[in-house]
Each structure stands twice: as C-alpha cells, then as structure tokens.
Design a protein around this ligand. Structure first.
Ligand code: NAD
Ligand code: ISE
Length: 354
C-alpha cells in the first residue's frame, strides 16, 4: 500500500519534504497540501508536478478521507493544534520541530496520544539519523573514551532573517541539541544557564547573538553549546565528547581538501538542508515504514516533551541570568518500551566508526 500523505505548510522544509516524498523516498505520495498562504501551496503542487488537492484549511486536509497520514511543516506555534487534530482523527503525524512551543503544549499531545492508545506521532528531530552522530554515539556507547564528563558543542548559521528573535536561539535552533545530546549520552537535563558573550556587529539590533547555553545532566555531565546565528562563514555543527579516557568528535561533512595558490582550503557548507540531507531522507522513510507496519520508532512525542521542558528552562535562563532547574514529570509506561536508538539501528543504517 502507498501511504497517502497530506502536507501542512509549504515553506522551506515543507517543500523539501514534498520533494523527497515525491522523488527520493519509497512507499508514500503527497495527495493533499495546505498553506495559510495559498500561493505557497500552489507553488508546491506545480514545482513537483503533484497530483494533489490544495486545501484552504488545514483542518479540512486532516479530515480528508484520502489523507492517511499528516506532515506538519508550518510555523512552530501552529504545530500543537494540527498534531492534536491529527491524533483526534487517529491519523499518524510527522511533526517538524518543535512539537509544540511550550512543554505544556507537548504534554497535551503526549496525553492525547496515550488516550488514543498507540503511537501516532513522530517529531522531526533528524540528527539521531545522521551518520556522523551515529558513529559518535557508537564510540561513546563502546566505552572506549570512558564515561562522558563534558560536551563542547556549537550550532552556527551564516545569517538569520529579521523575524528571528533572541528566544528562537533556544526554541528554533538549540532545540536540535537538546534532543540529540540527550540521545547521544542517554541522560536527561537537570539545569540550564545562558550567558551572553560580546555581541556580534552582524546581529540585528533586537537579537542577542552569540549566546552560550550551559547544561547539566542528571549524571553530572556538563555541556556547553555556542549558538551563533550570524557567524557569516557557513552552517557549522560541532560536538565534542570529553570522556575519562579520551575524546570523540562529530566528524565534519566530507569535503575535498584543495591546495591552490599557496593555500590549503576545505569548503564549509552554508545550508542546513545540505548538511543533513541524508538524515532527513532516513527519518522520513522511517516514518513511512513505521506507519505502514503500524509501529513508529522515531523520536516520539515524549522526546518532543523532554526537549521542550529543557527549552522552557533555557528561555527562563535567558531572562533571569540564573541557573534554572529542569524538571520533567516521570516518563509514562506508554513510552517505556520505545528505544529509538536500538530501533533506528534495526532500520539498517550503515554505521562506520573506524
Ligand atoms: P517557512 O516560513 O519557510 O515555512 C512555513 C510555512 O508554513 C509558510 O509557507 C507559512 O505560510 C506556512 N504556515 C504558517 N502558518 C500556517 C498555518 N496556520 N496553516 C498552514 N500553513 C501555515 O518555515 P520553515 O523554515 O519551512 O519552518 C517550518 C517548520 O519547520 C518550523 O517549525 C521549523 O522550526 C521547522 N524546521 C525544521 C528543520 C529541521 O532541521 N528539522 C529545518 C527547518 C525548519
Ligand atoms: C532551522 O529551523 C533548523 O531546524 C535547522 O536544522 C537549524 O540548524 C537552523 O538553525 C534552524 O533555523
């Protein structure tokens, strides 16, 4: 059976997911699209020559009888409403990050999914599907570097638009680290603090950039993440794990070292779509395959909640300059059997950490 998907939000990542669903992945096709800006939805249909219905209203798309699963790629504040609506219709839903913009919103989704009685939600946290992160995790899990003590990370974008605000450094950008680092070291966060270095002259007047977020985990691991969204030079994701016996680092994407004109140079990517292109493919294929066999294994609504609780504390810490506690409710038994690490391995990704 081909899974019939309706897509809400046809902007940057919505169009990118429509392209991969239509031209790259197997087992699914886009049968319906919606965007609050109708032009965006019509563009998506013509760009990928889709045989899809354009809905003026997202709720009508979710209710449509030929839509079997929903992909939400609209702006963050709209996610909660659309995911809850999909769950109310018993339809599987792939929701781009963030699952909801507050922990309370994520919890409403967690509760709705439990009431339904089966996993329906996968969150678009793609980094655990990235080969580099997976190779790094394999080394950490092997114990060769000993117990992790510290993590040094960076999330850098060349520039951001006018609409990007100081809190989005957490809710839109850091949220990826809040998810992937928790997965990487198998630990939850207990506190967060935010400090502001000297502001870059490239940052818009209303934006604090760069920022440094300091996290502490339940096992006492200390994590620093630099968020620098006007770094100019490229899109650059760094992660170094310092263990008791050694250090392991996220590999940079492959690039040819070029010697020319008495210089040695290696290109740096500038676009997040390119940096994680393979991971986006694998996460969405996992969603399609999971829905078709009735067992979702990717990042769950609980993972969306866990990242949101930490994000809420980071946003408080941005304003208070204090160390803010991160407190989650106990994980419901419903999510206890969900081991996305093992299940993603079972998905047949190649792992090479030699
Ligand atoms: P975008 O602004 O390019 O596109 C969002 C689209 O949603 C726009 O076309 C907008 O008109 C539409 N929209 C907004 N409100 C709507 C509503 N109520 N109903 C229907 N459509 C609506 O933004 P984007 O960069 O594509 O980001 C979209 C979402 O995807 C965000 O939550 C963002 O955080 C997430 N995202 C995730 C990744 C990732 O790496 N996983 C990358 C980029 C964006
Ligand atoms: C964007 O919304 C994403 O999710 C990208 O993955 C991220 O790296 C970028 O910083 C965000 O703006």
């Amino acid at each position: 059976m081909t899974l019939q998907i309706g897509v809400i939000g046809c902007g940057a990542i919505g169009q990118d997911h429509i392209r991969r669903l239509t031209h790259t992945l197997s087992g699914a096709r886009v049968v319906a699209v919606n965007d609050i800006e109708p032009k965006q939805a019509h563009n998506a249909v013509s760009t990928d020559a889709l045989n899809a219905t354009v809905y003026a209203n997202a709720r009508d798309l979710i209710a449509a009888s030929d839509v079997q699963a929903v992909l939400v790629a609209s702006w963050g504040p709209t996610h909660e409403e659309f995911v809850l609506e999909a769950v109310a219709h018993g339809k599987a839903v792939f929701c781009e990050k963030p699952l909801a913009v507050t922990a309370e919103g994520c919890m409403r989704i967690v509760q709705a999914e439990q009431r339904y009685g089966r996993r329906l939600v996968q969150v678009g946290f793609m980094r655990p599907y990235d080969e580099g992160y997976r190779a790094l995790k394999k080394i950490v899990d092997s114990g060769i570097i000993g117990a992790p003590l510290m993590l040094h990370c960076a999330h850098r974008n060349p520039t951001v638009g006018e609409r990007y605000t100081t809190d989005m450094a957490i809710t839109d950008t850091l949220i990826h680290e809040l998810d992937v680092l928790r997965w990487l070291i198998g630990d939850d966060y207990v506190s967060a603090q935010v400090v502001y270095p000297k502001k870059s002259r490239h940052a818009q007047p209303h934006l604090a950039d760069p920022q440094i977020v300091l996290l502490e985990t339940a096992k006492g691991v200390r994590i620093d993440v630099e968020i620098f969204v006007n770094c100019q030079y490229g899109y650059d994701i760094q992660c170094e794990v310092v263990g008791e016996n050694g250090i392991a680092k996220l590999p940079d994407p492959q690039a040819v070292p070029l010697k020319h004109g008495a210089q040695l140079a290696t290109a740096v990517l500038t676009d997040w779509k390119e940096r994680f292109i393979a991971a986006y493919d694998v996460e969405l294929q996992a969603f399609i395959d999971g829905v078709r066999v009735g067992a979702l294994t990717g990042p769950s609504a609980w993972d969306g909640y866990a990242a949101a609780v930490a994000a809420d504390a980071c946003v408080r810490a941005q304003k208070s300059a204090a160390v803010e506690r991160i407190e989650m409710v106990a994980r419901p038994a419903f999510y206890a059997g969900v081991d996305r690490v093992r299940s993603v391995d079972a998905g047949g990704m190649s792992l090479d950490c030699r």
